[in-house]
Design a protein around this ligand. Sequence first.
Ligand SMILES: Nc1ncnc2c1ncn2[C@@H]1O[C@H](COP(=O)(O)OP(=O)(O)O)[C@@H](O)[C@H]1O
Ligand SMILES: [Mg+2]
Length: 212
Amino acid sequence: MITISKLNKAYFEAEKKTKVFNNFSYVFEGSRVYSVVGPSGSGKTTLLNLLCGLDKFENGSIKVNDSELKNLDETSLDQLRKKYFGFGFQFHYLLEGLTVKENCLAANFGKEIKALDSLFEELGISAKSDNYPRNLSGGEKQRAAIARAVCSKPPILLLDEPTGNLDQENSLQIQEFLLEHAKQNKSLLIFATHDEAFANKADYTLRITSEA
Ligand SMILES: Nc1ncnc2c1ncn2[C@@H]1O[C@H](COP(=O)(O)OP(=O)(O)O)[C@@H](O)[C@H]1O
Ligand SMILES: [Mg+2]
């Protein structure tokens, strides 16, 4: 479970201040699926980064299973991320020097990973698992990044536009995969999307506007 209370977050660049969250409160319960929607620039990516301590906030509180993120140093944040989180970033960030399989293993170093080959199968990238990212299409990279995020079955999954680079058919396949994966593993799944139909498949939809 993640509890956000009275969160304030702004970016400061040169003389300019961009307020992203203003007194924002929300609760993400465990074992539920949440979609996050809102116009471009409303703060979806910022929110996902804040939830796992990859970005900092000025005021308020974010608690992940009773750990207040504000009180954790970088080492403790690292440990917390390892213990609870899997991420898929908007711009996939696969390591170019590693194959798909190696990317999955390296990102989850020290964690138990079972049935990686059947996961590749389910995601339709079995034939590509020994390829380097430069030899993958955009959609295949996105599937590889999803495999990397889910392969250790983390209790909390944060996915930023997971179907953003996919055509309709592939997008539907990945949506089904993610919803089923979350259900099977009783994970808390939070995904940002522009796709209203996908957003509506979540248990709850968080709509953010500029300055939520
Ligand atoms: N590192 C940053 N420095 C300055 N401003 C940022 C930074 N990251 C995001 N922003 C600004 O914060 C707002 C929210 O961005 P973002 O979370 O990426 O929105 P979304 O994912 O909904 O498109 C935007 O106005 C964006 O320009
Ligand atoms: Mg974004």
